[in-house]
Write a protein that binds this ligand. Structure first.
Ligand SMILES: C[S@@+](CC[C@H](N)C(=O)[O-])C[C@H]1O[C@@H](n2cnc3c(N)ncnc32)[C@H](O)[C@@H]1O
Length: 469
């Protein structure tokens, strides 16, 4: 039998080293490699040489397999027909100059793609007939007749997969058709991610792009609303409880943020993706910047091809809410300072406050009340103790308290507060349910407001007690 592959000691019909260059093989280091129709094992030898974790070659010719074993002891060579393929998966599968020998070429391609690991690549080196037709064309090679695809036919065959034309391969003496190299992999569903903050125009862009392409849009706002409403969305009872507790259509971004803070990020990504049932989809959902990498990784783990879409915000952005409220308060105070009646009645107030309500749910204690400093403003420096332990304040929100404003004759009523502290899931009741919210005014006065956790003696209504200075 004449020799096909070329080695320095024995040239064959094919310029094998040049073909290796044209194949553009993916990095094989640490990866598994299978060469179907491996001949004397040249490419398996290369894979082993550069550190493939496993290098397997099959060929139906006993002579070629015997020579391959002699040349490359580090590889596994099996004499068998490709109707019986080895057990996969393989990271890289090569079929070079052999597809035309298959009785059913399309089926062989699909069986080879089936052998790939999830991110694996099938390297196809084959003859392609130059023609605009969409057909298999029988070519007379002098010694036999074989079917070769036109480019249009090959595109049809590869339509179910992701593929890329890598360039021409080497020509060989007497070649009846030009050879080309294609890299083929499994086609994954695509997740187009629009995760920017509210106000970036995510929904407009998504609606402008994706329905036309028949790609479903998954709206984070809608999914969160459906979880809150108890609709049939595959969320765990724990995630559903958190969403229900925090849900408001005006602050879905905060609900999403809290879900990530509480460790539900991967689940939320799964629930969002499940809406598309394994097909391509566009995610129109705010995801905090620090969590976006987690969402991308979760979707990749679910088998998606992830495309991240980002752009700059257009127009003048509103100030962050806390900053805007602070400015409005300062403006209100300045108006009051400047008005003659206020100037006449301007007085220093005694810092005061009270806790009206304490609630406890899933490791978070919420304290509502009001407080003022010497200038009639809500203090911003708070410490909270539950029992004997100080707990980190995770939220301080100002609220309007017209009742307190009227009662104390304040210039504005934004002296109400909602404080949230996290206690963790298991909270020992050291201190018998005592809740203490302390604030320090800019003038240095420290006041403590006391109350009790629900279901402990003497529920709420904590009076202020001066604790320093
Ligand atoms: C033209 S050679 C190409 C060899 C090698 N792939 C290369 O490019 O250097 C075709 C190879 O496919 C093998 N072959 C043909 N039909 C086969 C089959 N049904 N099963 C396994 N190997 C086959 C032949 O024995 C031969 O070694």
């Amino acid at each position: 039998m004449s020799q096909y592959q070329s080695f320095p000691d024995s040239p064959g019909a094919s310029q094998t080293l040049e073909k290796l260059k044209a194949l553009n093989l993916p990095d094989l280091g640490g990866r598994s490699f299978l060469d179907v129709g491996c001949n004397e094992g040249f490419f398996c030898g290369f894979a082993d040489f550069i550190g493939a974790s496993r290098s397997v070659g099959i060929d139906k010719s006993a002579l070629f397999i015997e020579r391959a074993r002699r040349r490359f002891a580090g590889c596994e060579f099996v004499q068998q027909d490709w109707s019986d393929l080895p057990q996969g998966p393989f990271d890289v599968v090569l079929l070079a100059s052999a597809l035309h020998y298959a009785d059913d070429q399309e089926t062989l391609v699909s069986r080879l793609v089936e052998l790939l690991s999830p991110d694996g690549v099938l390297v196809l080196e084959l003859g392609i007939v130059s023609s605009h037709e969409n057909e298999w064309i029988e070519i007379d090679r002098g010694f036999d007749r074989r079917l070769y695809p036109t480019m249009r036919k090959l595109k049809d065959v590869l339509a179910p997969y992701a593929w890329k034309w890598m360039g021409p391969s080497v020509r060989q003496a007497g070649d009846p058709v030009e050879r080309h190299v294609m890299h083929v992999s499994r086609r994954k569903p695509t997740a187009y991610l629009l995760m920017l903050p509210p106000g970036y125009g995510k929904s407009s862009i998504a609606n402008g792009l994706f329905p036309k392409a028949g790609i479903r849009i998954v709206s984070g706002d809608e999914v969160v609303a459906r979880i809150a409403a108890g609709d049939d969305v595959a969320a765990s009872p724990q995630l559903a409880a958190l969403v229900r507790k925090l849900y408001s259509p005006y602050c879905i971004d905060q609900v999403v943020e809290a879900a990530f803070d509480e460790g539900f990020g991967a689940e939320l990504a799964r629930v969002l993706a499940s809406q598309a049932q394994g097909t391509d989809f566009a995610l129109d959902a705010f995801i905090p910047l620090s969590r976006q990498q987690q969402v991308r990784a979760s979707l990749r783990d679910m088998g998606y091809f992830v495309v991240d879409l980002g752009w700059d915000r257009m127009g003048i952005a509103p100030s962050p809410r806390e900053m805007a409220m602070e400015r409005i308060d300062r403006f209100a105070a300045s108006l009051a300072d400047e008005s003659p009646s206020a100037a006449a009645g301007a007085r220093e107030l005694a810092p005061a406050g009270s806790i009206d309500e304490v609630a406890q749910d899933r490791g978070v204690v919420t304290i509502r009340g009001w407080a003022i400093d010497e200038a009639g403003q809500l203090p911003s420096d708070w410490k909270v103790k539950i029992g004997y332990r100080e707990r980190a304040v995770i939220r301080l929100e100002k609220q309007s308290r017209p009742d307190v404003q009227a009662h104390l004759g304040l210039v504005h009523g934004r002296v109400g507060f909602v404080l949230e502290v996290r206690t963790g899931k298991a909270m020992f009741d050291f201190g018998k349910g005592k809740v203490e919210a302390q604030f320090t005014t800019t003038a240095g006065c420290r006041l403590s407001l006391a109350a009790r956790l629900p279901n402990t003696p003497s529920e709420t209504g904590g009076a202020a007690r001066r604790v320093g200075q």
